[in-house]
Design a binder for this molecule. Sequence first.
Ligand SMILES: *Cc1c(COP(=O)(O)O)cnc(C)c1O
Length: 386
Amino acid sequence: MIPYGRQDITDADIDAVVAVLRSDWLTQGPMVPRFEAAVAGYTGAGHAVAVNSATSALHIACLALDLGPGDLLWTSPVTFVASANCALYCGADVDFVDIDPRSYNMSPVALEAKLQAAEQAGRLPKIVVPVHLCGQSCDMAAIRALADRYGFRIIEDASHAIGGRYRDAPVGDCRYSDITVFSFHPVKIITTAEGGMALSNDAELAARMEMLRSHGITRDAARMSRPPDGPWYYEQQALGLNYRLTDLQAALGLSQVHRLDDYVARRHALAARYDALLAGLPVTRPWQHPDSYSGLHLYVIRIEGGGDGERRRSVFEGLRTRGIGVNVHYIPVHLQPYYRALGFAPGDFPNAEAYYAEAISLPMYPTLSESEQDQVVAALREALAG
Ligand SMILES: *Cc1c(COP(=O)(O)O)cnc(C)c1O
């Protein structure tokens, strides 16, 4: 089976992890700040806080921005459930903004219309989480302008987008947002097995996230509420969690960061090849916004036929039968049983639902060979032919 995504682990990666195993530190130690500095340096963000998953990063990002009961967070319905769940962890409520039918990202037009209605109703969101689907940045300038007008904070869910660029600057520089989150799950662009990171240009937000990832405890004398009892002294100042990344994982991440640009370039070469090979087939290829250089985590095609998704389902099954490990990203979050129980229903976000009825993610990862890619396209031709 050719999978839809796969990590690349080199001998250098293995050596880096083994060196940590032979060292004095296994959990968060000297490798974590080195990995943080590498990602901050790459993106240009002022501060980076490594944690054990992007889900954890989203959670502490929401906590650092004081999201709590009575507050509202908005995100895209076309995302992994974690982009929405982070609000519920904080006791806040979630709502969604429908997608743009071309980019599949949160539509700034839909966002503006929803903000106008929310202002009338006196229930504006505290946080908006744009998700850079497939690695392509959302229209961050437009979303930033709306944040300035309506007073919400922005957390970019860039789980798909490390290595990508928006208006010629790296995704993650937080120029348009309060916090940006990356995921290092093995199917993502670089990996630490499990892992994530929250970036920010706000030193205070970064310090709060650092504290929250480790029980809400600080050992920083400058942050103490009273003079230390002695050199052992530490203070718990908030209800934090244990979301620390291990040094083993940080060493793997640091080793992988060096290949980030090569990985994204390879993904672009594969995407260009797919674009050419799929021309003329009855599928919609991904559209790339001219302002964006995508991280290309995913290559999503749409199987024309729409409706109830029966056509997509038969093509999907035809591909799986032929050994192609395709996937679907994503079932709209508001259609999950957990979210339906909160009051969401089919029809709430029509563009997201129309996308879902047609989407298939084709295999896309740096070690995918051209002959494997040819196999994918041949299988797709057959599956389309029925
Ligand atoms: C993978 C992913 C997450 C969660 O990442 P983990 O590191 O697995 O917690 C969140 N949001 C999006 C959009 C993702 O793709």
